[in-house]
Write a protein that binds this ligand. Sequence first.
Ligand code: ADP
Ligand code: MG
Length: 383
Amino acid sequence: MTNNQFTADFQQLFGHPAQGLSVAPGRVNLIGEFTDYNLGYVLPCALNFSTQVLFKTRDDKQVVVYSNNYPGEQDSFSIDNDIAQGDSQWGNYIRAVVYVLKKRGYALGGIELLISSDVPQGAGLSSSAALEVSIAGAFNQAFNLRIDTKTIALIGQQAENEFMHCQCGIMDQLISAQAEAGHALKIDCDDLSTEKVLIPEDLNLVIVNSNYPRKLVESEYNQRRLDCEGAAQKMQVSSLRQANLALLEQTKAVLTENEYKRAFHVLSENQRVVDTVTALANNSMDDLRDLLAASHQSLRDNFEVTVPATDGLVDIISRALEGKGAVRMTGGGFGGAVICLCRDDEIAVVKAAVEREYQPKFDLHADIFVCQAGTGLAVNTVS
Ligand code: ADP
Ligand code: MG
């Protein structure tokens, strides 16, 4: 399964072959946006884009890492020292995982690592989670740590939260660690229980990155969180998961307009996740189209996290599809990507419409990725 050039690269860098290969995918969220920190439902799907890590233990305590995506660069540090930020921006993700593993008390040794990935970086497909999960998987196998996949995901999230200072939820790491080929995963962010959901074989995932330069994302993100917390507090529930639309209407008078709108989005979006699971089971394109359209509309009007470029992409694609596909923005908003679900015949239609209409209107180039539902973390020995 490893490609020959990659194993040869390892041999050339370290002077001997690797002992194992850890592989973890990027992801896209089909529906369930901004529901994660409100302890609701999300429905991500792993992609057939993945990050691969060849590894071999060392006799000393050094971690030495290269990435084929950053040729000529290297990071190394001793696991015996306190793990601090280094000079390599990408190397810090490896340090982050080691920092958390050490903090959790796992006994580690030195290791050689070579990374290679076809997950586009910064395109909203969570290359960072793929990296964290594949690195944690490599350490798990190399030092026989016996960590289950759910804990691997939590370690990846903790690495991102505490070391990279990015307050992401658990979704990206959990789908990367636990995905099964051909399936999405419905995650209940309240108790982290999961349910695998078959993706019909004739359904393609077309992801279009707007490449819109993101601004103000963090402050806006935090404000949305505060609005959701405020709404929950005024409804006297511990999180929006404990609320429902009837309670929201009863409490409307004491909520600010934004608290009401944000909560309305979250509560209706949770229901849309549940309904999307049914729509996938029925392979009903009409239902998928209506659910994704309603999600996008709510993200635009109630949660207010879309931008003209992502609204424009959704508009261009849905007009081109003439009802024969589903489309909405996906990910953290304020730019980023849109996800389109469609049959084979429509892929070319979507591509042509985006290539014809997006650039002239928004003066940006969109990247288009046609994907299938991929498999989760896999670690194997290399012979
Ligand atoms: P996203 O997760 O949406 O792709 P992030 O900014 O969260 O974007 O993560 C991207 C960062 O993750 C990169 O800047 C880099 O530091 C790191 N990264 C991802 N993939 C690789 C790789 N193959 N090799 C080295 N670093 C990587
Ligand atoms: Mg990321």
